[in-house]
Design a protein around this ligand. Structure first.
Ligand code: DC
Length: 236
């Protein structure tokens, strides 16, 4: 990664709001966005399509190395379309089954190594906002600004539940909370790149804060780093 390319990493557990904040920050700065969780989700889906067991680490490593995935700007939705082997899977990778599969494949060290270069290739001018679990600790250790966004498990479950209510009337808050706790446990206690703040990250607890309040705090941090990262100030 070139030191001339500014990178802001936003790590944290599911439901902390980092996806929303990362997207808004990238839009505001006019920078690229890496949704690294989507890569692990796509890998979980690809394993299902190809009949690869989530326990077959060697086959998953090969699949990760050859993943035919594209992230295409979706101008109508102001978002990104995810295309796996020519098929649009943007919504499919958000299913609960894909969330759990992603969490399993993401715990495999050689899978993570196989996806490293692909993630680092997202660092292009004018800059990158990288959203994930190990962006600041492993993938972009030299990032200009590192944020670790968190919130209580109960608040994260409520947010997820409210999202699901729009799509799925069978959603159950207790089940959502349990799923979040299972994933937290797996993501934080795995040996390979566990979820934890980088030593030099700003830890931000978003419990009880609005999206605007969190974004303002993150923008303030990015603006504070302006002296260190070239022309960043112009966009803040
Ligand atoms: O952010 P997300 O919910 O889309 O992530 C899906 C899973 O992938 C989640 O269990 C954590 C894992 N993940 C990871 O281990 N490292 C990343 N950089 C991003 C996601």
């Amino acid at each position: 990664m070139s030191e001339l390319i500014p990178v802001v990493t936003i790590d944290g557990p599911s439901g902390s709001g980092k996806g929303t904040i990362s997207k808004l920050l990238a839009q505001r700065m006019g920078w690229h966005l890496l949704d690294s969780g989507a890569l692990y989700r796509v890998l979980g889906l690809a394993a299902e399509h190809h009949g690869v067991s989530l326990e077959d680490e060697d086959a998953l490593e090969v699949l990760a190395g050859h993943l035919d995935v594209q992230f295409q700007a979706d101008l109508a939705q102001e978002g990104v379309q995810v295309v796996l082997e020519g098929e649009e899977v943007t919504a499919a990778i958000r299913s609960d089954a894909c969330s759990q599969a992603a969490s399993v494949v993401a715990a495999i060290a050689k899978v993570r190594v196989a996806l490293l270069d692909r993630q680092r290739a997202f660092a292009e001018l004018p800059g990158l906002v990288a959203d994930g679990r190990d962006m600041g600790t492993v993938v972009f250790p030299d990032a200009s600004v590192k944020i670790f966004l968190t919130a209580s498990a109960e608040e994260r479950a409520r947010r997820r539940f409210n999202q699901l209510m729009h799509k799925d009337t069978g959603a159950n808050l207790q089940k959502v909370l349990n799923d979040i706790k299972v994933r937290d446990e797996r993501d934080m206690n795995r040996a390979a790149s566990p979820l934890k703040p980088a030593d030099d990250a700003l830890v931000l607890d978003s419990t009880g804060l609005s999206i605007d309040e969190v974004l303002a705090r993150v923008v303030q941090e990015v603006a504070g780093a302006a002296g260190r990262i070239g022309d960043i100030e112009d966009n803040c």
